[in-house]
Design a protein around this ligand. Structure first.
Ligand SMILES: Nc1nc2c(ncn2[C@@H]2O[C@H](COP(=O)(O)OP(=O)(O)OP(=O)(O)O)[C@@H](O)[C@H]2O)c(=O)[nH]1
Length: 395
């Protein structure tokens, strides 16, 4: 009987051990529970947070808390803007890409066997379609007709050269297109940037700062577009990329006071140029006049403004010219920066702008890239406008 009892107990023991053997591995295979939320960090979160901060450790011998070494954030890497010389040549394909149809159709018309009345009318239409403007078109075509008649020009190459010469002439190559940004008598030059919002004003302001830095000038930017808070942030980002300082006020601050402070800061810091971005989104012409007039008056307490650049969006065509006139009535615009020329086939607007406003186009915007702003050169521009081949040009 005792034997049976012992056997039964032994069997029971084997069964219990077997059961434990089955359960334990399962428990071991169970996935580890998730880490508490704060211990899980994505890569992006880690990048944002920077290196982990170590808690102070106690020195075992002395019991004194030892601070871990301070890990300094890496200094921002400053960008080196491209030199301004040769930018229009580099960006030429941006122009010829959008102007190709215009150039080709003009040259096609000119190389017809007979330049009769219809052909001249079509040439006129092409120029008007490219936004050259009616008066300028008539003048260009009349002069071209006269010269081809007098010279008896027939070859395509000669006609192209004559047309190019007339377009360059319409752009008045004798105009002073330099930006007056050199400091005078120890005070920085002051450059005011005006234009309707959306024309590319803040962007161009940032690009001009890069142009100046590329040319070796020290720059301070004034964020006097206090109408839109993000405009000041945008400007500050542009400035930071080339190590320039930005003077800004609280949202909705008086633009004139921010502009005044920027020039004051420029004088104190001894920089070469102060660049002031202004607002353009105002409900009516009177409000705009008042605000810009005040900015001008207040800034001029420090001395005269050296350069006032009007930013014009080339894609707005002839309509933009009407808006532009308002600015010329308020401030003494000394140069035009024509933006977004890469986005229109109507490059003739350059001629219309100069003619209507009587102000030289000094800069052209040919893309959204930071160095896609080029000093304007009539001969290079016309070359690109007519879409003639030039080797070794990038996109
Ligand atoms: N393709 C192209 N886009 C441009 C050029 N210049 C500016 N832009 C773009 O135009 C848009 C408007 O530019 P902003 O500088 O913000 O215009 P803004 O006049 O300051 O207007 P607010 O920012 O509203 O004050 C942006 O998307 C720019 O990248 C250019 O030459 N070519």
């Amino acid at each position: 009987m005792t034997e049976y009892l012992l056997i039964a107990l032994a069997l029971l023991g084997v069964l219990i051990l077997g059961a434990i053997g089955l359960v334990v591995p399962r428990l071991r295979r169970r996935p580890a529970p998730p880490l508490p939320k704060e211990e899980v960090r994505t890569r992006a979160e880690e990048d944002l947070a920077g290196p982990p901060v170590e808690a102070p450790e106690a020195d075992l011998a002395t019991g004194i808390l030892v601070e871990p070494p301070v890990v300094e954030a890496p200094a921002p890497v400053l960008e080196v803007p491209e030199p301004t010389a040769g930018r229009l040549v580099r960006l030429r394909s941006r122009l010829s890409r959008s102007q190709n149809v215009f150039g080709k159709s003009l040259l096609g018309l000119l190389s017809r066997d007979r330049l009769d009345e219809d052909a001249w009318e079509e040439i006129e239409d092409s120029l008007i379609t490219a936004d050259v403007g009616i008066d300028a078109t008539r003048e260009i075509v009349d002069r071209l007709r006269e010269r081809t008649r007098v010279l008896g020009t027939r070859s395509g190459e000669e006609l192209r050269a004559l047309l190019a010469a007339e377009l360059v002439n319409a752009l008045d190559p004798t105009l002073d297109r330099s930006l007056h940004t050199a400091p005078k008598l120890g005070a920085p030059a002051v450059l005011l940037v005006v234009g309707v919002n959306g024309a590319g004003k803040t962007t161009t302001c940032g690009k001009i700062a890069r142009v100046l830095v590329a040319d070796g000038r020290s720059v301070i930017l004034g964020a006097a577009d206090t109408f839109r808070a993000a405009a000041a942030d945008q400007l500050e980002t542009w400035a930071g990329r080339v190590g320039a300082e930005t003077v800004r006020g609280p949202e909705g601050a008086d633009p004139a006071s921010v502009a005044f402070d920027a020039v004051k800061r420029g004088i104190d810091a001894g920089v070469d140029t102060v660049l002031i971005d202004t607002a353009g989104r105002l409900q009516n012409k009177v409000g705009l006049m008042d605000e810009l007039g005040k900015v001008k008056r207040v800034v001029e307490k420090h001395g005269p403004i050296d350069e006032t650049i009007l930013i014009l969006d080339a894609t707005t065509g002839q309509n933009g010219l009407e808006q532009a006139r308002v600015f010329t009535e308020v401030v003494n615009v000394t140069g035009v920066a024509l933006t977004k020329l890469d986005g229109t086939a109507k490059g003739g607007i350059v001629i219309a702008v100069q003619r209507k406003l009587g102000i030289p186009v000094k800069l052209v915007g040919l893309g959204e890239g930071p160095d896609d702003l080029a000093p304007f050169d009539p001969a290079q521009f016309v070359d690109a406008l007519l879409g003639t081949e030039a080797p070794g040009r990038d996109a």
